[in-house]
Design a protein around this ligand. Structure first.
Ligand SMILES: NC(=O)c1ccc[n+]([C@@H]2O[C@H](COP(=O)([O-])OP(=O)(O)OC[C@H]3O[C@@H](n4cnc5c(N)ncnc54)[C@H](O)[C@@H]3O)[C@@H](O)[C@H]2O)c1
Ligand SMILES: [Zn+2]
Length: 350
């Protein structure tokens, strides 16, 4: 089912009237500790929905797990949620992923709505119906594809978002350019500053690009795989550092930025992307993200995590790569040697 995506404060008002029309038996809002602080008051005052039950989870990817779900299912149950209740997810990708999952499984599924409050959740996580949680260090291993009833994207929330989180979301926007629209990619490259004000004009284009792909292939049989550009290596890198927080703490967008640089190199060796373009891609990401040092030991552990990646069939590791900027190709196999070289390409500065 196609869900509707609305923008801005009018979008929030349409959410209020939509919810009133549905006549839910009870209404729940899921926040995390940060969105409870920064976003909840404005949200409640615009929507004027009463009564609303507020659920709050601890912020952070490390809480995107079954334990948090269990706590929230118990809370829903003890506060009288039934099959005719609805859940609004007010937060970043952790809240929309986990909230979508608990709503889709509670009493075999209740309606849910996404109100993303990070740039990453606006342009990516809240759209497309993928919900889920992590399993130990492995990302998004448990989940379900279920569309929210509506997604409301209001860039107002970005005003309180830390810069690093803004950059993290920007990384997914760059990905949209790389996999689907060279003109958009070039426009993003010309940005001189990353601030909500500079980014707002581009958010709708990113949402549109993601949504177009998802609508053509909701269950990721073929085309939708292109959204995984940078994510095969990026997820393994993200999982590894999530498990080794003393080394570096990487946000999702920071991890996939590394993945996109490495996979640009793999695109050169297997898909005919020019080295010049791969270097331009590396330069584009290095402008906003600092290069981290990855030791041989780190690399080996990342490679073993890669084997668990959900996109692999059998033993071969398959990638989405680029023939050109804007022209992706799916299901490309690469050798371990080429992957090792890709780590080297990431570390080289020339
Ligand atoms: N379902 C999908 O298709 C999909 C796609 C991409 C990413 N994801 C998932 O999304 C997650 C990452 O999302 P994220 O980057 O939004 O992380 P996040 O939800 O952890 O949010 C980042 C941080 O910003 C805080 N925050 C949120 N809104 C704020 C605001 N307006 N002001 C101040 N602070 C705010 C949060 O509390 C958190 O500390 C990952 O778990 C990833 O797997 C899912
Ligand atoms: Zn992503």
């Amino acid at each position: 089912m196609e869900h509707s995506i609305r923008f801005g404060k009018e979008g929030l008002l349409s959410l209020a009237s939509n919810i009133n029309n549905k006549g839910y038996s009870s209404l729940f809002v899921l926040t995390d500790t940060n969105t409870a602080h920064h976003c909840l008051d404005r949200f409640l005052s615009i929507l004027e929905l009463t009564p609303v039950n507020v659920l709050t989870m601890n912020a952070g990817e490390e809480n995107k797990n079954l334990k948090t779900c269990e706590t929230l299912w118990h809370e829903l149950s003890s506060r009288g949620a039934d099959r005719n209740s609805a859940l609004i997810n007010l937060g970043g990708g952790v809240v929309t992923d986990l909230g979508g999952f608990i709503a889709s499984t509670f009493k075999r599924g209740i309606d849910f709505y996404n109100v993303p409050t990070t740039l990453l959740a606006m342009v990516d996580a809240s759209v497309g119906g993928k919900t889920g949680i992590d399993l130990g260090p492995l990302k998004n291993q448990i989940g379900i594809i279920q569309e929210p009833v509506q997604v409301i994207i209001d860039s107002h929330w970005l005003q309180t978002l830390p810069d690093a989180e803004l950059r993290s979301g920007f990384s997914e926007m760059l990905k949209h350019g790389l996999i689907a629209d060279k003109i958009y990619w070039n426009k993003l490259l010309s940005l001189s500053k990353l601030s909500p004000k500079e980014l707002i004009p581009f958010i709708e284009r990113s949402v549109e690009l993601k949504n177009e792909v998802v609508l053509q292939d909701p269950t990721e049989k073929n085309l939708r795989k292109i959204l995984n550009y940078g994510h095969t290596l990026g997820h393994a890198i993200e999982s590894y550092y999530l498990n080794h927080p003393a080394q570096v703490r990487l946000l999702h967008g920071e991890a996939i930025a590394i993945g996109m640089i490495m996979e640009a190199y793999l695109s050169v060796t297997t898909c005919g992307l020019s080295m010049k373009e791969a270097k331009e891609i590396r330069q584009a990401f290095n402008r906003w993200f600092s290069v981290i040092e990855i030791s041989t030991e780190d690399k080996n552990e990342i490679l073993s995590l890669l084997r668990h990646d959900k996109k692999n069939k059998g033993n071969a590791v398959r990638f989405v790569l680029l023939e050109q900027v804007g022209k992706p190709k799916i299901d490309i196999e690469v050798t371990s040697e080429q992957i090792s070289e890709a780590f080297q390409f990431y570390s080289d500065l020339s």
